[in-house]
Design a protein around this ligand. Structure first.
Ligand code: DC
Length: 235
C-alpha cells in the first residue's frame, strides 16, 4: 500500500517504560503543538486504586467484570482534574507509590485492557492528540501517524522517581528499593501476555538519559510537524 492510500489515526503515540520521562515529554509536546494530552497510565492507576478500595480481587471473573461495568470514568475534566471515577477526583491519589504496583498488576488482566482500550479509542476519536502509555503504537493505535518510544537507563529512571517521591514529601524509600521496583515493573510490563511494553517497528527510539527536555521536545515536535505536513494533516 502506498503512503497516499494508507489512512492514519491522528494520534501521536508515545510509549516507554516508567520514569523514562515520557509523561513530561508527552505533556510538553501536547502543549507545544496545542493538542489534547491523554495519559493512559492514569487510567490503569485509577482503576487499580478503586479496585483496591473496593477490595476487588485482581483476577479474571464475574466480580471483576461487574466491577468494570460499574465504573463511570471521566478523563481530562480540567487542568487540575485529570481523572474521576464514579464522580470522585483521583488525580492526586493515583500518584502514590503503592498504586504504581497495583496498576502494573491490574494492567496484566485482559478484560481490564479491553475495557480501557475501548475507552481510549473513543476518547481520541477524530481528534489530534498525544497519547501516552505502553501499547499505544502497537495495540491501541497501530495506525497512528507518528510514534515514539522513549527510554532511559534503569538507574536514571529510578533516581527521577525517587526525586518525584521526595518532592511530594515522601522520604521513606531508598534508591536501592526504587531501582529494584523499577526493574520489577519493567519485567512485569515487558513480559505480560497481553499488550506488553514493546517498541512498535515503525516508532522512533529516543534514549533520554543524557538529553535535555528542550532538545527532546524540539526533535519530537519537528518530527510530528514533518509527518503531518507530509500527510496533509492539520495540527
Ligand atoms: O505510565 P504509568 O507509570 O502511569 O503506568 C502505570 C501502569 O499502567 C504501568 O505499570 C503500566 C500500565 N500501563 C499499561 O499497561 N498500558 C498503558 N497503556 C499505560 C500504562
Amino acid at each position: 500500500m502506498s503512503v497516499s492510500e494508507q489512512t492514519y489515526a491522528k494520534v501521536i503515540a508515545i510509549d516507554g517504560p516508567s520514569g523514562s520521562g515520557k509523561s513530561t515529554i508527552a505533556k510538553d509536546l501536547a502543549r507545544e503543538l496545542g493538542v489534547l494530552y491523554i495519559d493512559t497510565g492514569a487510567m490503569f492507576r485509577a482503576l487499580a486504586f478503586v479496585a483496591s478500595e473496593q477490595k476487588i480481587e485482581l483476577v479474571e471473573g464475574e466480580t471483576l467484570s461487574n466491577f468494570l461495568n460499574s465504573l463511570n470514568i471521566e478523563y481530562g475534566i480540567s487542568d487540575r482534574v485529570l481523572i474521576k471515577i464514579n464522580g470522585i477526583d483521583l488525580t492526586e491519589k493515583i500518584r502514590e507509590h503503592q498504586v504504581s504496583k497495583l496498576a502494573s498488576i491490574i494492567s496484566q488482566l485482559p478484560s481490564v485492557r479491553k475495557f480501557l482500550l475501548d475507552f481510549q479509542r473513543l476518547l481520541a476519536k477524530n481528534k489530534v492528540c498525544v497519547m501516552e502509555g505502553r501499547d499505544i503504537g502497537t495495540v491501541v493505535f497501530p495506525d497512528s501517524f507518528c510514534k515514539f518510544f522513549i527510554t532511559a537507563s534503569a538507574d536514571i529512571r529510578a533516581s527521577r522517581r525517587l526525586k518525584q517521591l521526595q518532592d511530594s514529601g515522601d522520604d521513606s524509600f531508598s534508591i536501592d528499593q526504587i531501582i529494584k521496583d523499577v526493574k520489577k515493573r519493567d519485567d512485569t510490563d515487558t513480559n505480560r501476555a497481553f499488550a506488553p511494553l514493546k517498541k512498535a517497528d515503525d516508532a522512533m527510539l529516543l534514549d533520554t538519559s543524557e538529553m535535555t527536555m528542550q532538545d527532546i521536545i524540539k526533535i519530537l515536535s519537528n518530527e510530528v510537524k514533518f509527518r503531518a505536513s507530509h500527510l496533509g494533516f492539520k495540527l
